[in-house]
Design a protein. Sequence first.
Length: 406
Amino acid sequence: MRFPSFISSRIRHNKAGSFSATVSRIGVASIAIGVAVGIVAFAVLFGFKDTIQQKVFLFGSHLRVSALTLSNTYEEGPLSRNTPLAEDLDQMPQIRHWHTVAHKSGILKTPDELKGVILKGVDENYDWTLFERSLVEGRLIQKPDSGYSTEIIISRKIATQLRLKSGDEVLMYFVQNPPRARKLQVVGIYETELEEFDNSLVLGDISLVQRLNDWDPNLVGTYEIYLKDFEQLDPVALEVFDRMSPDMVLQKVTESFRPLFDWLLLLDRNTAVFLTLILFVACFNMISILLVMIMERTPLVGLLKTLGSPDGQIRTIFLRVGIYMVTRGLLIGNVVGLLFCWIQYQFQLIPLDPVNYYMDTVPIVFDWFTILMINVITLLVVSMVLLIPTYVITRIQPIRALLFKK
C-alpha cells in the first residue's frame, strides 16, 4: 500500500463519537443531500416537461401549415392535400408523421344545456397513439367505408357540463350561413387537464367538416406535422417554410402555446439556480470540514514534515480523505434520490392540483445521462475545491506543529 493511501485510511477511521467522526458525517451528509436533491429535481423537471409536452402534442402538432387567411376564427380556409409541400413532407427524413385536419365551430345542445365547442375533424392517417393515453371512457372513432362518421369524442369537462356519457347522442349546431345541425354520437371521453383543450375541443371525422363546408375530399384545413426530434423544431420549421407556397402560413407549437413553454423554460432556470446554490453549500461545507480535520491533525502534519514528507504528499493524504467523503456522499445520495423517485414513479404518492399543474400527481422521468452528469460534476467540482483548504498545509511549520496541543 502506498504511503499516502495508508495514512489517509488511518485518518478516515475515526473513533465513534470523536469530533473528527462527527464532522466527517456532516460532510458526507451534505454531499448526499445535494446529490439526492439534484436527482429528484431533474427527475421531476423532466417529468413535468415530458407530461406537459405530451398533453400539448395530443392536439397541437409540432408544426402546423394552413392556408393564409385574414379570418380570426378557429376555422381555416381550404387547402389542397396534393401540394408540392405535401410531396416534400413525405421525403423529409426529420418528419416522423403528418396528417390533415379541419376545424369547425358549433354548439352542442342537450335538452337542458348547451356548450360552444370546436369540432376537430381528423383523417384516416391520424396518429391515435398519444391520444389513447388520455381516453378515459369509450373508444376511438370508427370511419365508415363511404360517407362520413357521426361519432365524436368529447372531454370529461364537456361531458360533465352537458351530462353526457359514452353512447349518448347529442345535437350539434354549426355556425354558418345557413346554420346546419347534425345528430352526433358520443363514443369516447378524454381528459388532458389542459383547459385549452378540455374546455372546447371535440374530435370527429374530417369528412363531416368537408361536407359542412361544401369542400371536395381533396380539400382540408391544416397539415399537422410531427418531428422525430423535437429539439430540431426551429431548423425543420425553417426548411418547411422554404418549401411552402406564398398562400400558406406556418405556426410552431411553441408559438401556439407560448405561455406553457415559457413556464417550462422558467422551471429550467429555477432548477439550475437551485442546484447551483446546493452545490455551493456542499463545497463550502467540505472546505470547512477538511480545514477542521487538517487543523485537528496539525501535530501529524508537523511529524510528517519532520520525517521528510513534502507538502504535496501531505496535501494528497488529506485530499484523499476529502474525496473518500465525497464518494460516500455520492453513493448514499444516489440510493436515496433514486429510491425516492422510484417510489413516486410506482405508487404516485405525492398528489398535485390539476387546475394549477395540469396533472394530478408529481411526474417522474429517469434520465440516466443527467444522473451520471450530476455525479461527475459533483465529484469534479468538489474535488477541485478541496485543493483550497489543503493549501494551509504549506503554511504549517514543523517545530510549531509538534508543539501544538489539542
